[in-house]
Design a protein around this ligand. Structure first.
Ligand SMILES: [Zn+2]
Length: 448
C-alpha cells in the first residue's frame, strides 16, 4: 500500500518541480533586469588606425596598420584604407598591441604584504565588501591594459571570484576576462590565519584545508562543482637559504598531490601550484601540475621535467622588489638586493636558457592595484628577456597557459578585439607598458 502511494507522490513532485523550473525560466517579463555598466559592442565595422602595431606574431613593429573590428572580433589586420564615411578610431600617433594577459592575480587582495594587512582583510571585512573591492580591482586590471587575468584564489572569500567573473561576463561591471580558482588548498596547520592566533580563538583560514588522498579527491570534486576554472594548491611554505638554494617545507605529500592532479585532470581542469623552493617545486612537478607559481628556486633537473611535461613557469619577481622597497622606506635606508632575489634572478635566467615555458604574472593584490603590474616587464627584460619575449609572455604565452590562444593573445583575424595602445615603442622602452592610453575589450572601448 505504502509503495503504491509513494510512486504517484514521487511522480507528482517530479512533475511539479519541473513545472516550477519552467515557470522560472519562461517568465521573462518578470525577470529582474540589473543595470549593466558595459554596453554591447557596436556592430561595426570599426576601423582602428594604428601608427604602429605589435601583433605578437613577429618581433618587429609594423607601421601604419588598420585593424577592422566587427562586433567583438577582429575581422582583418593590414595596410588598408577605410572606405569613405567609415567609423574610425584614430590611434595614428600610438602603438597598438594585443590586450595583456596577467597569469597570477588576486582581485580579492588590496595589498597584504605589510604587517597586519592580510589579517585585517579577513577579520574586519565581510565577503560582500571584499567582493565590491574585487570589482574595483578588476576595473583597475582593465585600466592597466590587462584584458585577461587568471585570478589565483580569494584568500578567505570562498567562491566569490566565480561571481565576479560571471558579473563581468554578464556585462554588469567592467573587468577583464577571468579564469578563477575559488579557494586554494593547503594542509592542516599550514596557512594563515590559523597558526597565528591563540588555539582557542576560532579564526578564518585563507584556503580550504585538505588532508589525505580521499580528502583531496573530495575537495577537488566539491570545488569544481562551484564553477572554478583551475584548482590551486600550496606545495610548500617557509624558506631558508642554504648553499644558494631556497629550501622550503613541503605541505602535501607526493601521494596527496598526485590525487589532486589526477582528479582535476580527470575532470578536464588544471592545477596551479604555489611552489617556491627546492622540494615544493620538485613534488609539484613530479605530481604533474600544470603551472608552477613563483618558483623562486627550481633545481636544474626539475626544469628538465618541466620542459618534458610542458609545465608552465610563472615567476613573480616584482613582489620581492616591492618588499625591499617598503622595508627600506620604513627603515630610512636604500633598498638592498636580497639574497632571495639573487636566487630568483639566477633561476629565471636558467629557465630562459633551458626553454621552460614562461608566462607573465605578478601576484598583484599582494601589492596594491593602484600600481601597474606591467612594471614587472622591466625586471624580466633586465633579467635577460628581449622586450619582444617579455611582451609575448604577457600576451600570447599567457593566452596559451589559459588555453585561450585561439581567442586572444595576438592581433589576428578571428580573435577577440582585445586591443591596447601606448604612446611610444615598447620594444625600445618596455617601461611604456605601464602607461596604457587606449583599451578595447571585445570590441567595446573602455579607455581612450
Ligand atoms: Zn599569489
Amino acid at each position: 500500500m505504502l509503495k503504491r502511494l509513494l510512486i504517484p507522490l514521487c511522480l507528482f513532485s517530479l512533475v511539479s518541480g519541473f513545472a516550477l523550473a519552467q515557470n522560472i525560466a519562461e517568465d521573462t517579463d518578470n525577470a529582474p533586469r540589473p543595470v549593466k555598466l558595459v554596453p554591447p559592442p557596436p556592430p561595426g565595422p570599426v576601423y582602428i588606425r594604428c601608427g604602429a602595431l605589435f601583433g605578437g606574431t613577429s618581433d618587429q613593429l609594423e607601421q601604419n596598420m588598420v585593424i577592422v573590428v566587427e562586433r567583438d572580433r577582429i575581422k582583418q589586420v593590414g595596410k588598408l584604407s577605410p572606405p569613405a564615411g567609415a567609423q574610425i578610431v584614430d590611434l595614428s600617433n600610438l602603438t597598438c598591441l594585443p590586450g595583456m594577459v596577467e597569469s597570477h592575480t588576486h582581485v580579492f587582495l588590496q595589498g597584504d604584504r605589510k604587517p597586519g594587512q592580510y589579517d585585517a582583510q579577513l577579520l574586519k571585512q565581510s565577503v560582500a565588501y571584499r567582493a565590491i573591492e574585487a570589482t574595483t580591482a578588476a576595473h583597475a586590471a582593465l585600466d592597466w591594459g590587462f584584458t585577461t587575468i587568471r585570478d589565483l584564489e580569494t584568500e578567505g572569500a570562498g567562491y566569490a571570484d566565480v561571481d565576479v567573473r560571471n558579473a563581468i561576463n554578464n556585462r554588469l561591471v567592467w573587468g577583464p576576462r577571468m579564469q578563477v580558482v575559488g579557494r586554494a588548498m593547503d594542509v592542516t596547520g599550514s596557512y594563515p590565519l590559523q597558526p597565528a592566533y591563540a588555539w582557542d580563538v576560532p579564526v578564518p583560514i585563507g584556503v580550504e584545508t585538505v588532508d589525505g588522498i580521499e580528502g583531496a579527491r573530495k575537495a577537488v570534486r566539491e570545488q569544481l562543482s562551484h564553477g572554478i576554472d583551475w584548482v590551486k594548491i600550496y606545495a610548500d611554505r617557509g624558506g631558508r637559504i642554504h648553499d644558494n638554494i631556497l629550501e622550503t617545507i613541503p605541505t602535501f605529500t607526493l601521494d596527496e598531490l598526485r590525487a589532486i592532479v589526477d582528479e582535476t585532470h580527470r575532470e578536464r581542469h588544471r592545477v596551479a601550484a604555489h611552489a617556491t623552493g627546492l622540494l615544493g617545486v620538485h613534488n609539484a612537478v613530479e605530481a604533474g601540475v600544470d603551472t608552477v607559481e613563483h618558483g623562486n628556486y627550481i633545481a636544474p633537473e626539475d626544469m628538465k621535467t618541466m620542459v618534458a611535461k610542458g609545465i608552465w613557469f610563472v615567476p613573480t619577481p616584482y613582489v620581492a622588489e616591492y618588499d625591499a622597497q617598503w622595508r627600506a622606506e620604513r627603515a630610512g635606508t636604500q633598498p638592498q638586493e636580497s639574497p632571495g632575489l639573487k636566487i630568483e634572478e639566477e633561476t629565471f635566467r636558467r629557465a630562459l636558457q633551458a626553454g621552460v615555458k614562461i608566462a607573465f604574472g605578478t601576484d598583484v593584490g599582494a601589492f596594491e592595484w593602484d600600481m601597474s603590474p606591467a612594471r614587472q616587464l622591466v625586471t624580466m627584460v633586465k633579467w635577460g628577456m628581449t622586450p619582444a619575449q617579455a611582451l609575448r609572455a604577457a600576451t600570447i604565452r599567457g593566452a596559451e597557459l589559459m588555453q585561450m590562444q585561439n581567442d586572444i593573445g595576438t592581433l589576428e583575424a578571428g580573435k577577440y578585439a582585445d586591443i591596447i595602445a601606448v604612446q611610444s615603442n615598447p620594444l625600445a622602452d618596455i617601461s611604456v607598458m605601464q602607461k596604457i592610453t587606449f583599451v578595447m575589450k571585445g570590441g567595446v572601448v573602455f579607455k581612450k
